[in-house]
Ligand binder design. Structure first.
Ligand code: GTP
Ligand code: MG
Length: 324
C-alpha cells in the first residue's frame, strides 16, 4: 500500500532524494521536506506545478461541499465558479484593524460573487468564529466529504490544524508555512464526524512572492494586526515603499496603506534621484478605490487621481473598490 506523508499529503518514497516524498525509512510518517520545514524552517522548492494542483481540484465531485478560503489581505475568488456548493471563508481577520466590521467584509464579498451558500470571517490563530464555521460546514455537508480549497497561503492547513485541536482528540499536525506550496496533495481527516480534505493551494503568476527570496518573503508577511498608515498628500510627489516600489501622485489626496508594520515608507519629491523608472503601471482612479499590490499591500485612495507605480518586481497590481 502506498503511504502518504502526514504533513503534506505526498506519496512517500525512499528511492530518489531529490524528488517529493522522500524518506530514508518508509516507517516514518512525514517526508524529509516536511520534517525540515517543521523543525528547522528550511524550505525546499517543489517541482510540482499549478497544473498538478489544478488537476487535484478538478477531481472534486461536483456535489461536494467546498470551503473556499481566501485571506482578507489577498481576496481572490478566481476559481470559485469551478464549484457548486461553496462556503466562502475570509481568513486572517486578526491582521486587519479591530475596527473593521465583519458585516462590511461580508457585504463586500457578496458584491463580488453570488456563488456561495454562506460566508464566514475567521482567524485561525485567534480562534475567531471557528465554532460558527464548523456549524455551517455541518449544515451543508450532507454527510459527504468536505474539501478545503483556495490559493496558496490562504490558511487552509492552519485552519484544519485548529479544527483538529479544538474538535477532535487526534494528535496530528499538517505542515504549514509562510512559503508557497506547503501542502502537495490531498490530506483526508475525520473531525467531529466530518470527512475533511485539505488540498494544495493554487498559485498565481502575479504574486510578489514569486520574485522574493525566503528571507524577504518572511519579512514582508504581516504577522500582527496591521497599523494602517495614513497620508494627507499635497500636490505632487512620490511614496517609496520598502525603498523599491515607487508611487507617484499628482494631486491632493487622503490615502491609507495596509502593509506589514515593519516595512518602511518614505515620502519624497518627484525629482529625487533615488527614484527609478522600472515596470510602469498607470491608474486613473475614480474616488474610493484601492490599489492592490498582490501579496504585499493594498492602498486606499479617497479622491479621483492619476497614479504611476514603478516596481522592480514582476507583480500584479490592480484596482478595486475600497475594502475598508
Ligand atoms: N495572522 C494569521 N496568519 C495565519 C492565519 N492562518 C494561517 N496563517 C498563516 O498563513 C501562512 C500560510 O498558512 P497555511 O495554513 O500553510 O496555508 P495553506 O493555505 O495551507 O497553503 P498551501 O498549503 O501552500 O496551499 C502561515 O504562515 C500561517 O501561519 C491566521 O488566522 N492569522
Ligand atoms: Mg496547506
Amino acid at each position: 500500500m502506498i503511504k502518504k506523508c502526514n504533513g503534506c499529503g505526498i506519496n512517500l518514497q525512499s528511492t530518489n532524494k531529490d524528488k517529493e516524498g522522500y524518506v530514508d525509512d518508509l516507517n516514518k510518517n512525514i517526508c524529509e521536506r516536511c520534517f525540515k520545514l517543521k523543525n528547522y524552517g528550511e524550505y525546499k522548492i517543489t517541482s510540482l506545478t499549478n497544473n498538478d494542483y489544478y488537476q487535484i481540484l478538478e477531481s472534486i465531485p461536483k456535489d461536494s461541499l467546498v470551503v473556499y478560503l481566501t485571506s482578507v489581505l489577498n481576496i481572490n475568488l478566481e476559481y470559485i465558479n469551478n464549484f457548486n456548493n461553496v462556503i466562502i471563508v475570509l481568513t486572517k481577520k486578526d491582521l486587519l484593524p479591530k475596527s473593521v466590521k465583519d458585516y462590511k467584509l461580508i457585504n463586500y464579498i457578496s458584491n463580488m460573487t453570488n456563488n456561495y451558500l454562506d460566508i464566514e470571517i475567521i482567524s485561525s490563530i485567534k480562534n475567531y468564529n471557528l465554532d460558527n464555521l464548523l456549524n455551517k460546514i455541518k449544515k451543508y455537508s450532507n454527510n459527504k466529504k468536505v474539501y478545503f480549497v483556495g490559493m496558496t497561503n490562504s490558511g487552509k492547513s492552519t485552519l484544519i490544524n485548529k479544527l483538529i485541536k479544538n474538535y477532535s482528540d487526534k494528535n496530528i499536525e499538517i505542515t504549514t508555512s509562510v512559503y508557497p506550496s506547503t501542502t502537495l496533495n490531498k490530506i483526508e481527516l475525520e473531525i467531529d464526524n466530518l470527512k475533511i480534505i485539505d488540498t494544495p493551494g493554487l498559485l498565481t503568476d502575479g504574486s510578489i512572492l514569486n520574485s522574493l527570496n525566503l528571507k524577504e518573503i518572511k519579512r514582508i508577511t504581516p504577522k500582527k494586526e496591521i497599523k494602517p498608515r495614513s497620508y494627507q498628500l499635497k500636490g505632487s510627489g512620490s511614496l517609496l515603499i520598502d525603498n523599491k516600489i515607487r508611487i507617484d501622485y499628482y494631486n491632493d489626496n487622503n490615502i491609507t496603506i495596509y502593509i506589514a508594520n515593519n516595512i518602511n515608507i518614505t515620502r519624497m519629491g518627484l525629482n529625487n534621484p533615488k527614484l527609478k523608472k522600472e515596470n510602469k503601471h498607470t491608474f486613473d482612479l475614480n474616488p474610493n478605490k484601492d490599489i492592490v499590490i498582490e501579496d504585499l499591500c493594498f492602498i486606499k485612495f479617497t479622491k479621483k487621481s492619476h497614479i504611476d507605480i514603478y516596481t522592480p518586481y514582476q507583480v500584479n497590481i490592480y484596482e478595486r473598490d475600497n475594502l475598508i
